[in-house]
Design a protein around this ligand. Structure first.
Ligand code: H2U
Length: 349
């Protein structure tokens, strides 16, 4: 019988963070493509766009005028997905099949820079450090609200990801419940911590640093890698090396190192297909429920949709919808491609 070759044979890999499997089909990576090509809107954007609702001094949809901000700027989302209002709710009305409960929360928009035309990899390090300090302030501010138990910081970049405006920005949704992905992660991390007395992600990072083959960038405080169980073709994870459970625990040196790895990783992404690389990214960290969470380790996910060029996107359809996640190119191959790319943005060469 043929011996298992992880680089050649169809197999499943386990994601211990959310307790899910992904099907990997390395032999399929070379299949021809006659499907849809995405159109990636290319540049030529001005530094200030009078019709952009996020640019300094411009009016937003609700009539409010943005200040002449010079670094990061945060405002309450005018079309917030969550509301702060407390709703009276009688749990006894819940039935097996009609289960629903009110959810309280706050949604904010974070403009990363007053400059309309640049994205993270093109920003200078002080600007990225200021974004990180803004995330720290928001985590504290929102986490201190008595009913807020989780603060989800994220960015949708590119129209392919449903981003409505190219002005560099992210969002924060803070709410009373743990969102599903966080609840799954929390359960896995806690189960591992209780069983082993150590942190799942720190133990995993140690093994990845030994294996080396999925590491993209390493600096003194952070590592960027393609997780063993990655689903998206160029999915990555930024993990911190010290046992830090939340963004507010980073010292000044760590904030600088985080800014460096963010800039370098997103520059590599842009360099991959010489395009402004779309993705959804998000920070996963300890809930703000007032408990100590030694099982958590600060980490950041990047889920980019592109597959084989600036215009061919991976679709999560058919088998992925009906069965489980699936990928062709291996995590090791993606890591090698990203590792081999320059950290210098192609436009600045
Ligand atoms: P996207 O990352 O999905 O493009 O988010 C932009 C957010 O900005 C979106 O959630 C908000 C939208 O509700 N927004 C405002 O709060 N005010 C505006 O004037 C327009 C868009």
């Amino acid at each position: 019988m043929k011996k298992f070759d992880i680089y050649e044979d169809p197999h499943r890999r386990f994601n211990p963070l959310i307790n899910e499997w992904v099907l990997v089909s390395p032999h399929r990576a070379k299949r021809p493509w006659q499907g849809q090509n995405e159109t990636i809107a290319e540049d030529g954007r001005p530094e200030h766009d009078p019709s952009c609702y996020l640019c300094p001094g411009n009016m937003r949809a609700n009539g409010e005028v943005n200040p002449q901000y010079t670094s990061s700027f945060v405002f309450d989302n005018d079309f917030a997905a969550l509301k702060q209002e407390e709703i009276e709710f009688d749990e006894s009305n819940e039935t097996t099949f009609f289960k629903a409960k009110p959810e309280r929360g706050i949604s904010r928009v974070v403009c990363f820079s007053p400059k309309h035309k640049i994205t993270l990899p093109e920003m200078d390090l002080p600007t990225i450090e200021e974004i990180i300090r803004t995330w720290q302030r928001e985590y504290t501010d929102l986490g201190n609200v008595d009913y807020i138990n989780y603060v989800q910081i994220f960015e949708n970049k590119g129209s392919v990801m449903g981003c409505s405006n190219p002005h560099p920005h992210g969002q924060i949704w803070a709410q009373s419940s743990l969102p599903t992905q966080i609840e799954k992660t929390q359960n896995s991390l806690k189960t591992y911590y209780d069983k082993n007395g150590s942190n799942l992600l720190l133990d995993y990072l140690k093994k990845e640093l030994e294996a080396k083959e999925r590491i993209i960038i390493e600096n003194e405080h952070f590592v960027a890698l393609v997780p063993f169980w990655a689903v998206w073709p160029f999915e990555t994870l930024i993990v911190c090396k010290r046992h830090v459970t939340k963004i507010t625990d980073f010292n000044a040196e760590e904030v600088s190192a985080y800014a460096v790895i963010l800039k370098q990783l997103t520059a590599k992404y842009d360099n991959l297909f010489e395009t402004s690389f779309p993705y959804s990214s998000g920070i996963h960290q300890a809930p703000t429920d007032g408990e100590d969470h030694p099982e958590w380790l600060f980490h950041m996910h990047f889920y980019p949709p592109l597959l084989r060029s600036a215009s061919v996107k991976k679709f999560m359809v058919g088998y992925e919808m009906m069965g489980e996640s699936q990928r062709d190119i291996t995590a090791e191959k993606s890591a090698q491609m990203l590792r081999d790319l320059s950290v210098v943005h192609y436009k600045s060469k």
